[in-house]
Design a protein around this ligand. Structure first.
Ligand code: AMP
Length: 304
C-alpha cells in the first residue's frame, strides 16, 4: 500500500553523555522514510530543504526506494536546524536551538503521483502545514497518523488542536501527553486526548516503552534493554516509521494488528539509538530486524 510521509528533513547538532556531533542529517521525515522503507517500497516524501542539504542523503533515500519527487530544494535558503542536549538519563533532553529556516514558509506541494495514498504519516512539522497536507489530498487516506512535539504546543496550540482533530492516530511522548491534556495520569490524559479527535493514541516513554490506547483498550510494549545507547534522537520518528510501514505492508488497521506494528516500530527504534543520527538505520538487513523481533518476543513471553 502506498504511504505518504511528510515532516522535517533537517540538520541536527546533538550532545549526549557519550559524545557530541556537528551538523548531521536528521529531521523527523528522514527517520520515518528510512524506517518505513524496510516494510514497503511505496514511500513518497513531501518535505523542504535548502540548497545546503547534502545530495548524498537524498540519494540514500532513493536507494531505499523512497520517492523524493515531493522534496523541495530551495535555492539560496538554509535547511531547518535543530540542536539538543540530552540529560544523563537520556530519557529527557533540552532543545537548544530551533531555526525554522525553509520550514518557516513551507508550502507542501503534493505531486499528482502521490495522490490516492492509502496511508499518511504526518511527521513533526508546523501543525498548519500538516493540516494543509490533509486538505490537499483528493481522497482521505485509510489511516492518518500524526506526530508532534512540545515546541508546537507552546507556539501554535490552536492550529495544533485543529490538526489533531483531523487524524486517526496521534503519537507523542509522556511529557507531551501531560502538557496537551493537563492531566498527570496517562490514562486520564489518553481519555482527554481521544476526545480531541484521534481514536488511537500512542504514548512513547523512551526506554520505558510505549502505550497504545483505543477507547478502554490499552496495550503496552517495552523498549528492548540495550547494551549501547548513544543517541535517542529520531527514536520516536523511527518508531513511527516502523509502525506505519508495517501497517501499510499488512494493510490491516485493526487494534490487534496495531499491537504488532508497535512491536515493529519499537524494534526499529532500538536500532536507531545505537548510533548517532540516521547512521544505524540506513544500513540494516532483514536478518537483524528478524532477530530483534524475536528478542522482543522472548522479552515479554511468559506462561502463567
Ligand atoms: P525525535 O527524537 O523522534 O523527537 O525527533 C528528533 C527530530 O525531530 C530531529 O531530527 C529534529 O530535526 C526534528 N525536530 C526537532 N524539532 C522539530 C520541530 N519543531 N519541527 C519539526 N521537526 C523537529
Amino acid at each position: 500500500m502506498s504511504l505518504l510521509v511528510v515532516g522535517s528533513v533537517a540538520f541536527d547538532a546533538i550532545e549526549t553523555p557519550f559524545g557530541k556531533t556537528d551538523k548531521i542529517v536528521g529531521g523527523a521525515a528522514s527517520y520515518i522514510a528510512l524506517a518505513s522503507s524496510y516494510f514497503t517500497q511505496n514511500v513518497n516524501l513531501v518535505a523542504v530543504v535548502g540548497d545546503d542539504f547534502p545530495n548524498e542523503f537524498i540519494a540514500h533515500l532513493n536507494v531505499h526506494g523512497v520517492n523524493t519527487e515531493g522534496l523541495q530544494v530551495k535555492k539560496g535558503e538554509k535547511s531547518f536546524f535543530w540542536s539538543g542536549k540530552y540529560h544523563t538519563d537520556m530519557n529527557s533532553r533540552d532543545t537548544i536551538t530551533t531555526e525554522l529556516n525553509v520550514l518557516g514558509d513551507f508550502d507542501p506541494i503534493i505531486p499528482d503521483a502521490y495522490q490516492n495514498c492509502d496511508y499518511l504519516m504526518l511527521g513533526n512539522l508546523t501543525p498548519k502545514v500538516q493540516q494543509t497536507v490533509i486538505e490537499r489530498l483528493t481522497k482521505r487516506p485509510k489511516l492518518i497518523v500524526m506526530d508532534t512535539m512540545n515546541f508546537w504546543m507552546e507556539i501554535a496550540m490552536d492550529d495544533l488542536r485543529r490538526t489533531i482533530s483531523m487524524v486517526d492516530v496521534l503519537t507523542i511522548n509522556d511529557e507531551e501527553a501531560r502538557q496537551l491534556s493537563g492531566e498527570y495520569s496517562l490514562v486520564k490524559a489518553a481519555a482527554k486526548i481521544q476526545e480531541m479527535g484521534p481514536k488511537y493514541l500512542i504514548i512513547k516513554k523512551g526506554e520505558n516503552g510505549a502505550l497504545l490506547f483505543h477507547g478502554k483498550q490499552i496495550f503496552f510494549a517495552p523498549a528492548l534493554p540495550l547494551e549501547e545507547v548513544f543517541d535517542p534522537t529520531g527514536a520516536g520518528d523511527t518508531f513511527a516509521g516502523g509502525f506505519i510501514g508495517y501497517l501499510a505492508k499488512t494493510n490491516d488497521i485493526s487494534f490487534d494488528n496495531m499491537k504488532n506494528a508497535i512491536i515493529y516500530g519499537s524494534a526499529m527504534a532500538s536500532f536507531c539509538v545505537e548510533r548517532f543520527g540516521t547512521e544505524r538505520i540506513v544500513n540494516l538487513n532483514n536478518d537483524e530486524l528478524k532477530n530483534r523481533i524475536s528478542e522482543f518476543k522472548h522479552l515479554v513471553k511468559f506462561d502463567l
